[in-house]
Design a protein around this ligand. Sequence first.
Ligand SMILES: Cc1ncc(COP(=O)(O)O)c(C=O)c1O
Length: 383
Amino acid sequence: MRPIIEELPGSKIREVANAGIGRSDVLPFWFGESDEVTPAFIREAAISSLNAGETFYAHNLGLPELREALAAYVSAAHGPTEVSRLAITSSGVSALMLAVQALAGAGDDVTAVVPVWPNLTAQPAIMGARVRRVALVPKDGAWRLDLDALLDAVTSSTRALIVNAPSNPTGWTLSRDEQAAILEHTRRTGTWIVADEVYERIYFGAAGRVAPSFLDIAEPEDRLVVIGSFSKSFLMTGWRLGWMVTPPRLIEALGKLIEFNTSCAPVFVQRAGLAALARADEVVPQVVSHLRRCRDTLLPRLSALPRVRVAVPDGGMYAFFRLEGERDSLSLAKRLVVEAGLGLAPGAAFGAEAEGWLRWCFASRDPARLEEGVRRLAAFMRV
Ligand SMILES: Cc1ncc(COP(=O)(O)O)c(C=O)c1O
């Protein structure tokens, strides 16, 4: 086996979850998904497709009707986006892997903004690329971009810049000005931007708005790949359906690459995606307003605890916080499971930069569970 594969780190979130295995009294907020089942009409669309016998291979790039519907969905948020720029993938994470496979090979330099969901840095490492980490800077519980440091780190030898905003785990969101500066800089250095925007709709900045996207300001031919997913905004994590928006010149080759990875997304899953998009205007605002309620339930209670340093996130579904005085987030998260029945993800899972922090996924069907979680944390802290 290639050493890099043998050496892949295990998930520290799983390590914490394993500490609670078999315990029904643990409140699990460790994974990045809602505990809400996918809306029934979406499930029905998949069932109808299966009952109609749609059990065969499909086009590498996705069903034409789904690509059309997605083009309309993306265009409505970000301006005209041609179908010829879209590929349907078997999940957002697969889209990210395809982007990295297409753009960064052995020995290439890739820069990533961290702390971040670990897949984003593991994927280029798997390809043999060298990953340079540029850390966001924590201040008063929030994480800020040092734009100059990022631009300094992206040079003409940087093949790709990987950036996830709204961010998992920090909740940090790129501003329009920062995006413009990054785009302009990468045009000069010839660097690809791989923008993970799977949380773009989970945005609390302004009602009915999506987070600022590189798609809003880029030209179709810019070196930009934007990753999207059905997982978060349609409560479809288990379905494994995502997409990528690329310059038109990449799409044909990506179709071939998809052939060698998954060949195609399952048709019945794509039918479910089609149903979801048809009622996106109804489903997504409901999901977001529920998540806003969850955020507004958790954050004031959490920040009222002594020693907790946390900022209210503008996007995503995570409270990322620091307990002053705690340095070892993995052992702290394990103790919280065992001693308090509270399941959180350790900051160390997202990089050494986030050591001492904890991530709390607030996507809870029942916000009262978040209140109970805070009570358990307070009892653990003896306050
Ligand atoms: C930042 C980020 N990107 C991408 C994904 C992938 O989502 P999926 O593979 O479910 O589409 C996730 C999932 O947690 C994520 O947090």
